[in-house]
Write a protein that binds this ligand. Structure first.
Ligand code: SAM
Length: 281
């Protein structure tokens, strides 16, 4: 089993197992031969390191990761795929399949059990229907990982990696900034997948901060302010932050104490501004 990017090989494999793509599970398998090696390189895998993959599908990216890393552990939700993976991954003793839902598994425990002391990174072609929840789950779980290199829809990539002040930035942008340095690495056309989705994709890398970029006494409160501000992004923060259950007088006082204009709108504030407001409130 050598050419999982060869359409006729993939079709024959799927037919042999009676496999049909599930739209609900976000199944668009990679068939562009140049993408997987680039992703494996970008995630920094080495013979001593481990890679956690979410959604191996039939193993196209997984095989490249196994060539580069000491150990690869892949979490797959679709119960039909282990039989196909047993065939496509047979040559890779450094591969372990974990059946389950990546959103529900205790990933800290899984990493400790599977990787021990190895440095670990995450690399995946994510199921698009849960891109943001999965990325937030990975970040909020405070996993002992160095980076997250993932394929996401182009629009999601632009939002996740948006710069401050950009109209593309949203609550998730600032949440990502709190945990990591985010960058778009390269674009991938829709024709690189089977079946082809309606949009193009991008590979992004989130390099986790060793220490948070700002000091905040209550993270939950800061994130609820960020969400309230972006939920009503056209309003001034004097009005939008009331959505987080704060009085107008308290917001006005906090803005003045932090040197932030009460008329500013969500996208004009930096993560540090939100941290300062949260601490002042
Ligand atoms: N890695 C393969 C590739 O690049 O060709 C497949 C990528 S496909 C976009 C997404 C994969 O994630 C599918 O195999 C799908 O079954 C799996 N998946 C969907 N939801 C999942 C979840 N909650 N937990 C784990 N895997 C999931």
């Amino acid at each position: 089993m050598d050419r999982l990017t060869d359409i006729s090989t993939v079709k024959a494999l799927l037919e042999k197992h009676g496999f049909h793509f599930s739209k609900a599970l976000g199944q668009n398998f990679l068939i562009n031969p140049s993408v997987c090696p680039r992703m494996a390189e970008a995630c920094g895998a080495t013979a001593d390191s481990g890679v956690l993959e979410i959604g191996p599908g039939i193993g196209t990216l997984t095989r490249e990761l196994c060539r580069a890393a000491g150990k690869v552990v892949s979490i797959e939700l679709d119960e039909r795929l282990p039989a196909l993976l047993a065939e496509t991954m047979a040559d890779f003793p450094n591969f372990t399949l974990v059946k389950g839902d990546a959103l529900k598994l205790d990933l800290n425990r899984l990493i400790a059990e599977q990787f021990g002391d190895r440095p670990v990174s995450v690399c995946a072609n994510l199921p698009y229907y849960i891109t943001s929840p999965l990325i937030m789950h990975l970040l909020e779980s405070r996993l002992p990982i160095d980076s997250i290199t993932v394929m996401v829809q182009k629009e999601a990539a632009e939002r996740l990696c948006a710069k401050q002040g950009s109209r593309l930035s949203g609550a998730v942008t600032l949440a990502v900034q709190y945990y990591a340095e985010a960058e778009v690495l390269f674009s991938v056309s829709r024709g690189s997948f089977m079946p082809a989705p309606n949009v193009d994709s991008s590979v992004i890398r989130l390099t986790l901060h060793k220490t948070p970029p700002c000091e905040v006494a209550d993270e939950k409160r800061m994130f609820s302010l960020i969400r309230a501000a972006f939920n009503q992004r056209r309003k001034t923060i004097l009005n939008s932050l009331m959505g987080a259950g704060v009085t107008k007088a308290a917001i006005a006082a906090a803005c003045d104490a932090c040197g932030i204009a009460q008329t500013a709108r969500a996208e004009q504030l930096t993560l540090r501004d939100f941290a300062a407001l949260s601490n002042a409130l």
